[in-house]
Every structure is written in structure tokens, then in C-alpha cells.
Design a protein around this ligand. Sequence first.
Ligand code: IPD
Ligand code: CA
Ligand code: CA
Length: 265
Amino acid sequence: MNPMANIAVRAARAAGDLIARNIDRLDRLRVEAKGLNDYVSDVDRMAEQEIITVIRKAYPDHQFLGEESGSQGDHDHVWIIDPLDGTTNFLHGFPHFAVSIALQVKGRLEVGVIYDPVRQELFAASRGAGATLDGRRLRMPPRRSIDGRLIGTGFPFRHPRHMPAYMDMFQSVCMRAGDLRRAGSAALDLAYVASGRLDGYWEIGLNAWDLAAGALLIREAGGMVGDFEGSENYLKNGNMVAGSPKLFHDLLKEIQPHCTPAMRG
Ligand code: IPD
Ligand code: CA
Ligand code: CA
């Protein structure tokens, strides 16, 4: 394995163990609101520190972009970290959340790791070397369309201005898909797309730390990811569509007619 992927795995497991140790003491955690429906707990912060400590020991000069501590350093190697994706689930004891770590080198995603501390499942990818779940190679099943398929999504619960357009997208997809899931952790949901547990995914207004590792996992498992124009800008604008190549284009076709100018901003 790419030595940088090894470090990402070590960091993700360390943060995941910390999260797991806190599952039984949710009532004792300090929780603050950062914005509309956006919470942070001691566990999010401690998990991010744990990740940065592990990576910094191996790569003291690298740059970090962490959800809780922002951007630190200036380097062409940037670690993009969501220490706990699915905080709302975690705080409710709803067992679907994950640690997400990606490494971008000169603007290109090189490593992506997503770790589920509840099921102790590790999803990992390195550019050009494929994606794995607990060491087993992932290959997304080729789906021709969204008809009858299981599609994941995230609601724009922090961006109410997008709700009307989102509901139109939802209706269009729901009329054709087999069923839809809103499980509450974009990173883990994208890992589920890479592993074929979901056939596709879309969400409006994610952050780079929610989707960077998942995007690489999907690409390395043979799938496609793009923004609502089908382009590579999803890390910047946070709009994401994902699936195996034919399904990706079909899903995009249902979403595009409902896009608004506000989604491009
Ligand atoms: C959130 C989760 C959620 C998604 C949001 C994300 P957080 O991340 O991934 O499923 O719908 O867009 O911001 O705040 O729990 O790390
Ligand atoms: Ca997140
Ligand atoms: Ca988070």
C-alpha cells in the first residue's frame, strides 16, 4: 500500500477508536451549535486532533484542511479531514457515521480512507491502485439506469433555500428509482456507493471534507462522480452526483432540469 495511505488508515482507526469509546457517554458530551442544524461535540474536535497528530508525526510539513480546525500550513500535499461525518447521527446514537480522510497532492486526489467505527469497516483507495473494503477489492456493479435501483441522497437541511429545487429532484428520482435512502453520513454513503450497497448518490452543498475520500473510492471502484454539470468542480461547489458510468449520466439527467442559479454560486 502507498505509505501515505498507510498513515491515513492509522489515523482513521485511531480517531474511530476514540469515537467508539464515547458512544456510551453521549449524555456527558459538550455540544455546541456552529450554524443552522450544525453541531460539534468534544468528540469531533478530539478525533480531528488525533488524526492531525498521527499524520503530522509522519509528515510534519504537510498542509491540513480539517472541518473543525480549518486550514493549517501551506504545502502541495493537503490532508482533507472530516473527523466525524454524521455528527447528528452520532449525537442521537444512530449508528451510521464515519471518519473520512483524503490526501490531495498538487490538486489531485491521491488517497481516500473512510472508517466506520461501529461496524469496524475500512474503505480505502489510492489513485491508480483501486479501492478496497477490509482489503477486498471493490468493483461497482455496472448499472444501466436508475430504474428500480437503490439511490442515496442527503437533504439540504442546512441550506433551506435549496429545498424547493431539491424536492423536485427528489420527486423525479423517486418516480423511477426502486427506493431512496437518506442515511445521514455523506462520506459513509459514498463508500456504500463504491461497495455497491447503494447504486447512486446525490447531494447539494457538501464540503470538501464530506466528499473527497468518497469521490476517490468511487472512481477507483470503477464509478463516476461529478457536480451537477457533470464536471470535476464538486470539491469546490459541493454538489455531487455519483454512480457507475451509465447510471451516473441517467441520474444527472433527472437532476439537471431542477438546478437553480443559486446552486452554481
Ligand atoms: C454532514 C453529513 C450529512 C450531510 C451533510 C454533511 P457532518 O456532515 O454528511 O449526511 O447531509 O451535508 O454536512 O456535519 O455530520 O460532518
Ligand atoms: Ca461531514
Ligand atoms: Ca463532521
